[in-house]
Design a protein around this ligand. Structure first.
Ligand code: COI
Length: 356
């Protein structure tokens, strides 16, 4: 499908950020956005890059009432030689399709997903920050825009992409976070939408997140919805526990997100001489392993969070702390992953896709 580029008038152009060390996460947006529409009987049409501006939407649109919405997150990096690299965007394209299927939304063809992103990023390349730890965060999303109050899947959708120059997701940067294992609320249940990247999963997790913040924690670690016993994920990250040279993470059993960074960590870890295991992790055993010193490091992974070390984990009335500062393997994985993403380390996995 052809993608048209609408003119950007001077009054729609924003002042660029001046200080790359204070970007924060997802607070400023570039000049343009990508938008394509799907209508019943017509399919995908009107793909265009246009000035970034608010949508004018009917208050009855299905997305506002029944949350028919999905999204993705990926990053673009500007290399020292001027090339712009995306990291494994095909995985985001496929996961977007899986999420769409679960939410009864139309499939966005992989080439429309990738070409829309590439066209936008190519036009917005001057917005890509280059300081260490920064990137252009790309947020594709699809929303149901049919104005009707009956509960049904929409006959009209917007697939759009916006982009935001970002620094670290957590205010503390690449420093250990504290995590509370949530034992009251659950994020997902078997057969639910836990593995789809849909806004509702995040909306329903906010209460627990807010309660945990009041107690001084950065994040909540979810347990499974059936037995409240097995480790699932932190809303913005998959979790990894390091036992010496052995790394353990929860399996993809339908209720957690199949993270692109999770998959990359599993593959990278083996090249760094580690063994990896995807298995159910019983929280009681995990706490015991922390206390006996068997768990040597813990970290989370995600596109926004990259690799984030965990310094403290609390479950019920018990807290364990993990090492001092950033663990050795956590640091190596962070350095290797970000090295590949930014062109400092050879990409032997063929993960990088350059923007024309
Ligand atoms: C990402 O890592 O890209 C995410 O979508 C997590 C988000 C909730 C910030």
């Amino acid at each position: 499908m052809d993608i048209s580029v609408l003119p950007l008038s001077a009054d729609k152009m924003k002042a660029k950020f001046k200080d790359e060390s204070h970007l924060g996460f997802g607070k400023i947006f570039t000049d343009r956005m990508f938008l394509a529409e799907w209508s019943a009987g017509k399919g995908w049409h009107d793909a265009r890059v246009k000035p970034y501006e608010p949508f004018v939407l009917d208050p009855a649109c299905l997305v506002f009432h029944y949350a028919q919405e999905i999204f993705e997150g990926l990053k673009a990096y500007k290399w020292d030689d001027g090339r712009v690299a995306l990291f494994r965007p095909e995985m985001n394209a496929r996961r977007f399709q899986t999420s769409a299927e679960r939410l009864c939304m139309p499939e966005v063809p992989e080439d429309l997903f990738l070409n829309g992103i590439e066209k936008l990023v190519s036009l917005e390349r001057d917005w890509i920050p280059t300081a260490p730890g920064t990137s252009l965060y790309i947020r594709p999303a699809m929303i149901a825009v049919e104005p009707v109050l009956g509960v049904k899947s929409s006959d009209h959708y917007y697939f759009y992409v916006i982009a935001s120059p970002v620094g670290a997701y957590y205010a503390a940067g690449f420093n250990p976070v504290s995590i509370l294992v949530e034992d009251k609320y659950v994020r997902a249940t078997p057969g639910g939408t836990g593995e789809a990247k849909t806004g509702g999963n995040y909306a329903s997790s906010m209460k627990a997140g807010q309660d945990a913040k009041k107690k001084g924690f950065d994040q909540v670690l979810w347990l499974d919805g059936r037995e409240r016993r097995y480790i699932e994920e932190v809303g913005a990250m998959n979790m990894f526990f390091v036992y010496g040279n052995h790394i353990v993470t929860a399996p993809l059993a339908g209720s957690i997100l199949a993270g692109v960074t999770r998959d990359s960590v599993l593959k990278l870890a083996t090249t760094l001489g580690c063994t990896v295991e995807e298995r159910p992790i019983d929280v009681n055993e995990l706490m015991a392993d922390f206390k006996s010193g068997k768990v040597t490091e813990a970290f989370g992974s995600g596109t926004a969070a990259v690799i984030t070390p965990v310094g403290k984990l609390c479950y019920k009335d018990e807290c364990v702390s993990v090492g001092q500062g950033v663990g050795r393997l956590t640091q190596r994985l962070y350095d290797t992953l970000t090295g590949i993403q930014t062109g400092k380390i050879a990409d032997t996995f063929d993960w990088v896709r350059f923007v024309a």
